[in-house]
Design a protein around this ligand. Structure first.
Ligand code: BES
Ligand code: MN
Ligand code: ZN
Length: 534
């Protein structure tokens, strides 16, 4: 959808549906007075007062403008003016959009103020607005059609020039499409989105982009997976008649200096296997490929945007089902790097298949590895539905990913890789076992993964909570959220622009440090990190 930006203030708020974000205490402020003049109505302030709108976060007041056809001012509360982060603008735009849809508006205007007039804030407004427009209606037989909003225009006092924003809007369109792809895949029933389906989808979008895009996809079938000794993927897939897939994607943009590896959990349905889940816990288990979908969509996005970076991605995809051929508690599997794992709970399957993918990723010796997985219910217990668990073995990398999450409005919270808890996953019969002692389940899961990343700087995002939302949030309709795509894009964009070719490395604050110092610090942090005792 088209996004336009116009220079102006309340006097230009002439659209049929005008979203007006206001912080607490601004219900009597200059903007509302100016809107009153625009509406030619001294009564506007009284009307606002009557709605008891106070600018609290999430508060809304929709005010029809008398004598102006169907024109509406929609005030949206931002919360306390002192604590506005970028996400406040995303949420405000998203809430305004919902109200606009309810009102049946076709052309919507957002009145931005001086706080939201630079590119980052204008993009946040548009991003919240566009992300909120997603619907999953393909299985509705009553032909329910989403409301049609045709155009968004943003009025801001001092915006960048139109042509400066053009790249930002193209990028935003691609981002919103990538998020929608993840949501579609997560919402799709497991009967449809089999491992084979995911592999075919990756091949199809790579083919469409063409090899000149720098993206290549290579999908391993069962025979190849056996040949490559992907022990975890084989063990989990044994229970199902659906064949597993290991989806490998590679992207290299012109001018790439950094190499990142991405890994995403692709369990297309998690019944628990023989360690069967109760019915209630299984209801949402089609979402268990959200990490994999995020990685697929991000790779497609990188190729569309032609980011100057190299990325190797690995998505192990399988169902986790019980059957007479399923793996059994007590089985021992041997990975291609020689590590042995005692499988005590077949429902801890994510770590088993991620281990294969992490070995493959680390073999490439990338600058960093990031994995995303709906890995543990324990992470939801700890952090709820809106925050992902963040783990890592390398301080600078953890900080960078955390910063990317903040920029994206995707909250990540670091949990510790407690060295002493490594004892919890020791096995009496194999090197390690696939469950811990009962407490700190998301930490012991991360400690399990750490065994397979060799010496590589690595971050693990446990997205079990935020991958899916039962209740609609401002820019997440109920269902798959697409959480993670925008964090990865922020991280990869920043990493791509790191320049050590001219003798300096640009760091987040824009200053430069001596060539090699970043590396040294990273290596130092790695040495300092306690390695798992084997
Ligand atoms: N896919 C689940 C984790 C999950 C739970 C994701 C709820 C999203 C919502 C994972 O495979 C799993 O079953 N984990 C077990 C691990 C346990 C057996 C050690 C869990 O969290 O209960
Ligand atoms: Mn499971
Ligand atoms: Zn799972």
């Amino acid at each position: 959808m088209e996004t336009r930006v116009r220079r102006g203030d309340a006097a230009q708020a002439t659209g049929e549906f005008v979203i007006v974000p206001l912080a607490a205490g601004e219900e009597n402020g200059a903007t509302v007075r100016a809107l009153g003049r625009v509406a030619g109505s001294a009564a506007l302030r009284a009307t606002v007062a009557a709605t008891r709108f106070r600018g609290r976060e999430g508060q809304m007041a929709t005010i029809p403008v008398a004598g102006r056809g169907r024109r509406v001012f929609c005030l949206v509360g931002l919360g306390a003016a002192g604590s506005l982060d970028t996400d406040a603008w995303r949420r405000a735009a998203a809430r305004g959009r919902s109200a606009a849809e309810t009102a049946g508006a076709r052309r919507v205007m957002i009145l931005a103020d001086a706080r939201a007039t630079d590119e980052a804030h204008l993009v946040a407004l548009a991003e919240g607005f566009h992300l909120a427009g997603y619907r999953f209606t393909k299985y509705k037989s009553d032909g329910e059609t989403p409301p049609v909003i045709e155009r968004l225009s943003i009025v801001a006092p001092d915006p960048p020039a139109e042509q400066e924003l053009r790249a930002a809007w193209l990028r935003l369109d691609a981002v919103v499409e990538a998020v929608a792809l993840v949501r579609d895949l997560v919402n799709e029933p497991a009967a449809v989105k089999t491992p084979t389906y995911l592999g075919d989808l990756a091949k199809a979008f790579a083919k469409k982009l063409g090899t000149r895009s720098g993206l290549t996809v290579d999908v391993w079938n069962l025979a190849r997976i056996k040949k490559e000794k992907l022990a975890g993927l084989l063990a989990v897939a044994r229970g199902s008649r659906e064949e597993p897939r290991l989806i490998r994607l590679h992207y290299k943009g012109a001018g790439a200096r950094r190499h990142v590896a991405l890994v995403g959990k692709g369990v297309t349905f998690d019944s628990g296997g023989l360690s069967l889940k109760p019915a209630k816990s299984m209801e949402t288990m089609k979402i268990d490929m959200a990490g994999g979908a995020t990685v697929l969509a991000t790779m497609q996005l990188l190729a569309k945007l032609q980011l100057p970076i190299e990325v190797s991605a690995f998505v192990p995809a399988t169902e986790n089902l019980p059957s007479s051929t399923a793996q059994k508690p007590g089985d021992v599997i041997t990975y291609r790097n020689g590590k042995t794992v005692e499988v005590l709970n077949t429902d801890a399957e994510g770590r088993l298949i991620l281990a294969d993918a992490l070995i493959l990723a680390a073999d490439r010796k990338p600058d960093s590895i990031i994995d995303l997985a709906t890995l543990t219910g324990a992470c939801m217990v700890a952090l709820g539905h809106q925050v992902a668990g963040l783990f890592g073995n390398d301080r600078p990398l953890v900080e960078r990913v955390a910063a990317a999450g903040r920029a994206a409005g995707e909250p990540l919270w670091e949990l510790p890789l407690v060295a002493d808890y490594r004892d919890d996953i020791r096995s009496p019969v194999a090197d390690i076992k696939n469950i811990g002692g009962g407490y700190a389940g998301s930490i012991t899961a991360a400690l399990f993964l750490e065994h397979f990343v060799a010496e590589c700087p690595w971050v693990h995002l446990d997205i079990a909570g935020p991958a899916f939302t039962e209740k609609a949030l401002p820019y997440y309709p109920r269902g798959g959220t697409g959480f993670g795509v925008r964090t990865l894009l922020h991280y990869l964009t920043k990493t791509a622009s790191e320049d050590d070719g001219d003798g300096a490395t640009r760091v987040a604050d824009g200053s430069a440090r001596r060539k090699g110092s970043g590396r040294t610090r990273r290596a130092g942090a790695r040495r300092g990190a306690r390695r798992p005792r084997k």
